[in-house]
Structures are given as structure tokens and as C-alpha cells.
Design a protein around this ligand. Structure first.
Ligand code: ARG
Length: 426
């Protein structure tokens, strides 16, 4: 892209390389940027910010796209775009460019962010402008200029890697009917080859943010890095899926998100202990919406900030430790503790307890089922239900329960007496 930009725009190019946790020889990339014609190359370390301000908030929200994708690429794009904008402004640039194709989500994520943060800068998207139509054309263009590429015609995968995930698309994966070849996985062991001994790892959270692994406090990006290694070795975090791109088409991708898979599972488990049902259920909807907005490039928006505010409130007590068992590609929470646990053993026990009066349940159940009962009676009409409910020994006083018995029916006739309750109570 650098020679192409210079040739077609007669401009200087400042390259920006984001270190967002991918395995990369950054020095070599920097040298390549300069040797292919950039006037400067900024290598920016975004790992800490990525983990703390992008990954963890999305994790805390339970954000997933279409129920499975943990958003590794989608979360990184707004941050990379922000770093580009900052470099562009510092260097006095008048335009921004990116290397995304015209078919994917990433062009949207980059450009929406550019326009949000620096609408005055022009956007150049070479992939949408140049006449290189395929990977093959690109290989030829680079070869003619003596530029080496990290992809080859034999392994034409489009790979995106960062601290949170590795995603692989293209090549044979374009046929969703074909299982991925074994050699496409980069950071996870094949579950079949994973250790025969399970590993139990302890994850601590404070207010919904992960803080420690096996009791060792780690800064966010270190924590993710550490867990990636532990979980990746046990084959945890592989996901092969078909997703709906924002630009309309379905696409197939293979994702490896070892730490992410463990953290989502552990946090969800801790929430089951510390959130009441209504809050947890409401959050489910927000998690879906959060996943969509992140996927669709709306990171820097009022909605995302507002959802973060909700999660911040709901997660004040999501503090504690979850033990997760990793074994041959699976990850299963097996124990959890929290100072804010809503689980009260004296309440839940089948043994004797002093707090809970079983008799309270009877009246509660009558009222809880009342609207369903009324509806069933109305629908059954004068003939009554086909099977009468059994006599209710704990019946509340008759006056507490509205009856439709004896009501005047639509045709004006008296309904026949009902046998829903013992005659003595009617
Ligand atoms: N489909 C994923 C997304 O839209 C990943 C895209 C980038 N990955 C890649 N291998 N090119 O977030």
C-alpha cells in the first residue's frame, strides 16, 4: 500500500504500526515501512489500553456477536483507528488510509472511528480504489516491486491476531462445508493432543474486572497473556463459525480465544452467584446489544458509554474468585466464592432452617398463578376445564380468589356449577 499511495496520491506516507498483542517482529515491520517508502513509522504499544479499556469492558458486558464470536478483531479496530488519528494529527497529515478490503466489517470500523474522531481528515481506502482484484493480483504487485509478503499463494489465509484472539479466514475456509485443516490453528493445542491431566485455574474478579490468576495480581494485558498460554495449552478457545457481516454477506471464520473463553465462562459463573435474577436477565439483552454495537463499528457512541454505565452499576458486587477446570478443549467452572454471594446456605438447605416458613409458599403460589388460572377458566368457557385441578388443601379464604364460577356467560345463561374446588368451599 505504501508504494501505491505514493504513486497514486503523490503524497508522503507516515506508517502506523499497532502493537496490540500480536506475535510480530515490530522492528522488521518498521524497517519494511521505511524501505517501501514511508517517511516515518510510528510503532505504538496499545496492549495495556486494549486490555483495560476495550477488552475488559466488553467482557464485563458479556459481549458476544451472534452468541459466539468474542469480538477480537472488532474490539481492536476502534483503538487502532484512534492511534492512527493521533499520529496523523501529530504529523500534520491531511488523510487517513487503511488496508481493509471493500467487502468486510473492518473498513466500516476504521472509517466510522476516523469520522467520529477526526471528520476533517480525508479517507483513502486503496483496496476499494486500486485495480488489484484478488490476493493473486496483490502477490504479483508486490513481487514486481521486490516486496516480500507474509502470505503465500499456498497459505492465502487472512489472519488477524491480537492479545484477545487469532482469527483466520479465506482459503479453504471459504467453504463452510469443509472442516478447517489442523495446521490453521496458531495459539491453541489440538484438544486431542492436550494434556491428559486437567488443570484448575483460579480467576479473581473485582467489580466484574479480572484481577488475578491463581492468586497472582496481574495487569489486564498480562493477565490475558498468561491465561492465553494456560488455556491455549489445554486446547481451550477454538471456535469455527459462520457469521453475518455488517455489509450483508455471511462469512466463515475460525477463532482462537483461549483467555477470552475462560474469562467469559468464569465471569458468567460469578454473576450467577452475585447478581439477582432480574438484573442478570436484563443484562443478557444488553450483552447482545453490546456485541452488536462493537461488531458494527459503533464503539465511540453514546450507546456504548451508556451500557458501560449500566454494567458499572450492576457489577459493583461482582467480586470474587472462580475455579475453572480446563481439560481437552473444555473449560468448566467448578467452584466459586464471593464476599457478596447471594447464595445463603441456610436458605437453600434441605435441612432445618429458621428463616424460611414453608407455609408462606402456599399463598405466594396462589397469587403467582392467579392470572394464568383466570385465563384458563375464561378460555375453558362454561364447560370448565377438561381435567379439574386437584382439591387444594391449603386453600386461602374464598374471598381472596376471584372466581368465574356462576358468572353470567355471553349468551346470558348461568354457567353450570364448577367442580374446581371442593363443594364445601363454594
Ligand atoms: N470476521 C471477523 C470480524 O469481522 C474478523 C475479521 C478480520 N479477520 C481476518 N482474518 N481478516 O470481526
Amino acid at each position: 500500500m505504501i508504494p501505491w499511495l505514493r504513486a497514486n496520491y503523490d503524497c508522503e506516507v507516515v506508517a502506523v504500526v499497532a502493537d496490540i498483542g500480536q506475535a510480530e517482529d515490530f522492528e522488521a515491520v518498521g524497517e519494511k515501512a521505511l524501505s517501501t517508502g514511508a517517511v516515518a513509522c510510528e510503532i505504538v504499544d496499545l496492549k495495556a489500553e486494549f486490555a483495560a479499556d476495550y477488552i475488559f469492558p466488553a467482557l464485563r458486558a458479556g459481549a458476544m456477536y451472534e452468541g459466539r464470536y468474542l469480538l477480537g478483531t472488532a474490539l481492536a479496530r476502534p483503538l487502532i483507528a484512534k492511534a492512527q488519528v493521533e499520529a496523523a494529527l501529530a504529523h500534520g497529515c491531511d488523510a487517513l488510509a487503511h488496508g481493509c478490503t471493500g467487502k468486510g466489517n473492518d473498513q466500516v470500523r476504521f472509517e466510522v472511528t476516523y469520522r467520529t474522531l477526526a471528520p476533517q481528515l480525508r479517507v483513502v481506502a486503496p483496496w476499494r480504489e486500486w485495480d488489484l482484484r484478488s490476493r493473486e493480483d496483490e502477490f504479483a504487485y508486490a513481487a514486481a516491486r521486490g516486496i516480500s509478503l507474509p502470505v503465500t499463494p499456498e497459505k492465502p489465509y487472512s489472519i488477524d491476531q491480537n492479545l484477545w484472539h487469532t482469527s483466520t479466514e479465506g482459503g479453504v475456509l471459504e467453504d463452510p462445508a469443509m472442516a478447517p485443516p489442523d495446521d490453521i490453528y496458531q495459539v491453541t493445542t489440538d484438544p486431542a493432543d492436550a494434556p491428559d491431566e486437567p488443570r484448575v485455574v483460579e480467576i479473581s474478579f473485582e467489580r466484574g474486572f479480572p484481577t488475578a490468576v491463581d492468586g497472582e495480581r496481574l495487569q489486564p494485558w498480562r493477565l490475558i497473556e498468561t491465561l492465553n498460554e494456560i488455556a491455549g495449552a489445554h486446547g481451550v478457545g477454538r471456535c469455527d463459525l459462520v457469521e453475518s457481516r455488517l455489509v450483508g454477506m455471511k462469512s466463515r471464520g475460525v477463532y482462537e480465544t483461549p483467555a477470552g473463553t475462560v474469562l467469559h465462562s468464569a465471569l458468567r459463573d460469578l454473576e450467577s452467584l452475585t447478581l439477582d435474577h432480574a438484573t442478570a436477565a436484563y443484562k443478557e439483552g444488553l450483552a447482545t446489544r453490546y456485541g452488536e454495537l462493537a461488531y458494527q463499528g459503533h464503539w465511540f457512541t453514546a450507546l456504548r458509554e451508556s451500557l458501560d454505565a449500566f454494567i458499572d452499576a450492576s457489577h459493583q458486587t461482582v467480586t470474587g474468585t472462580v475455579s475453572v477446570r480446563l481439560f481437552k478443549g473444555t473449560c468448566m467452572p467448578v467452584a466459586r466464592v464471593s464476599p457478596f454471594s447471594l447464595y445463603q446456605e441456610d436458605l437453600a438447605t434441605f435441612g432445618d432452617d429458621a428463616v424460611y416458613d414453608h407455609k408462606d409458599a402456599a399463598g405466594f403460589i396462589r397469587l403467582w398463578g392467579l392470572s394464568a388460572e383466570v385465563r384458563a377458566r375464561v378460555l375453558a368457557g362454561p364447560a370448565g376445564p377438561s381435567t379439574a385441578p386437584p382439591p387444594d388443601a391449603t386453600a386461602a379464604p374464598e374471598s381472596a380468589v376471584p372466581r368465574v364460577d356462576g358468572a353470567v356467560s355471553r349468551n346470558g345463561g348461568e354457567r353450570p356449577a364448577r367442580s374446581a374446588r371442593p363443594a364445601a368451599t363454594s
